[in-house]
Design a protein around this ligand. Structure first.
Ligand code: LRH
Ligand code: MN
Ligand code: MN
Length: 388
């Protein structure tokens, strides 16, 4: 098995983008609970993300969601982020909160609504130019609730046309990532329900169109790491939205529900070159913290990803290849389980300490008094997205 010292160069490169919306209040359709200290503005969300980076060294960028994170001056927001020690990252388009999008956005049968949705994406590209962001992430709520409600095929054709119009506007250094999700808010069919559809659509666009894999967007029992392997193999895995789920799109802390699945995913990432220096794969969280404090929720999340990445990097690939070649099923499985069951927490703490970071970022945050300070300072924090 590799030694911990052998994997620190790769660990040092790891960057996990935080979603601005993780710092807002969120909940379910039953109740949105408020947490004292919740940000009131995009600037305050970025300040919270910067706090996570300060304590972990893992989260140098923050993703925006437009129009949730609307400000007058995006270049100024980018400068503010830099002052705080982070950069603005992916811009997520949102074409799911406007009455006009009731029956779809980029897939809508009415050309006027499609135009409006395309323009919303052009606006995101303008914002990316102002902030220096490279990725436009598209997730669509488009779909239908009843069989026969609309033509599945015509919607797919309209989607292809709309995406091509957006793609044409991309600058050379920019990428389009298309996220899939099998259901919700549409319940009968979704226009981008799976990685196959996302792959088919992005492949028709060009090299700078890639797939975003949100770990919570699959039916129970789906072998997510197989999808990771296949997209990496085809050079089309653009990014991850990490979170964990027990039932549906729960958006819980990554690694909380099924740490072994996270390990298996990261093992495929490592095996497929997804952590290599020139890798096109970006790592992001897409989570909400409904009942727990948000900053420590995000700290826990990036630490979970780091810990599982370390364990995946400890897989002995030579031993694995040997066991696989001789069809020694149990030995091959044991190689993976040995790495998964290695407790890396002590090594990671010592390594953090050696880099001037707190050995235990969770504890450092708890002891810093920061949560109490923001709770006193910020009165009337906003919701993560819905209604914000
Ligand atoms: C959709 C989704 C998508 C959105 C985010 C708020 O469920 O995963 O990434 O942008 O949630
Ligand atoms: Mn997502
Ligand atoms: Mn989701």
């Amino acid at each position: 098995m590799p030694r911990f010292a052998d994997i620190t160069d790769t660990l040092a490169r790891q960057a996990i983008e935080l979603p601005s919306w993780a710092f807002g209040n969120s909940g379910t359709r039953f109740k949105v609970f408020s947490t004292p200290g919740t940000p009131r503005t995009p600037e305050e969300k970025i300040a919270d993300a910067a706090k996570v980076h300060e304590l972990t060294g893992l989260a140098p960028t923050v993703a925006l969601h437009i129009p949730w994170d609307t400000v007058d001056d995006y270049a100024a927001l980018g400068r503010r982020a830099r002052e705080l020690g982070v950069e603005l990252g992916t811009v997520n388009s949102n074409t799911f909160q406007d009455e006009d999008y009731k029956f779809g956005s980029l897939t809508h049968s009415d050309a006027r609504i499609r135009r409006k949705a395309i323009d919303a994406h052009f606006r995101c590209l303008d914002i990316m130019h102002a902030t220096g962001s490279t990725d436009l992430k598209i997730w669509l709520a488009d779909g239908t609730n009843y069989p026969g409600q609309d033509s599945l095929r015509a919607r797919q054709d309209r989607l292809a046309e709309s995406l091509a119009t957006i793609y044409e506007r991309l600058a050379d250094h920019q990428r389009l990532v298309l996220e899939y999700k099998f259901f919700e808010p549409a319940f009968y069919h979704t226009d981008v329900p799976d990685w196959g559809t996302s792959l088919a659509q992005v492949s028709a666009l060009g090299d700078r169109a890639l797939v975003c894999l949100d770990t919570g967007h699959h039916a129970p029992g789906t072998n997510v790491e197989f999808i990771v392997m296949q997209l990496l193999r085809l050079g089309r895995l653009g990014s991850f939205d990490f979170n964990s789920r027990f039932y549906a799109d729960d958006d819980l802390i990554v690694g909380a529900a099924d740490p072994f699945q996270l390990f298996r995913i990261l093992h495929e990432v490592v095996a497929g070159g997804g952590l290599a220096e020139a890798s096109p794969v970006r790592f992001m969280l897409d989570q909400c913290h409904n009942v727990e404090d948000k900053i420590p929720g995000q700290i826990r999340s990036v630490l979970n990803v780091q810990e599982m990445t370390a364990r995946a990097l400890l897989v002995d690939h030579a031993a694995l290849a040997k066991a696989q070649a001789s069809h020694d099923v149990l030995a091959a499985n044991e190689v993976l389980m040995d790495a998964f069951q290695t407790d890396v927490r002590g090594d990671l703490a010592a390594w953090r300490d050696s880099r001037g970071l707190p050995a235990d970022p969770m504890r450092a945050y708890a002891e810093s008094g920061h949560q109490r300070r923001i709770a006193e300072e910020r009165i009337g924090g906003t919701q993560a997205g819905w209604g914000a």
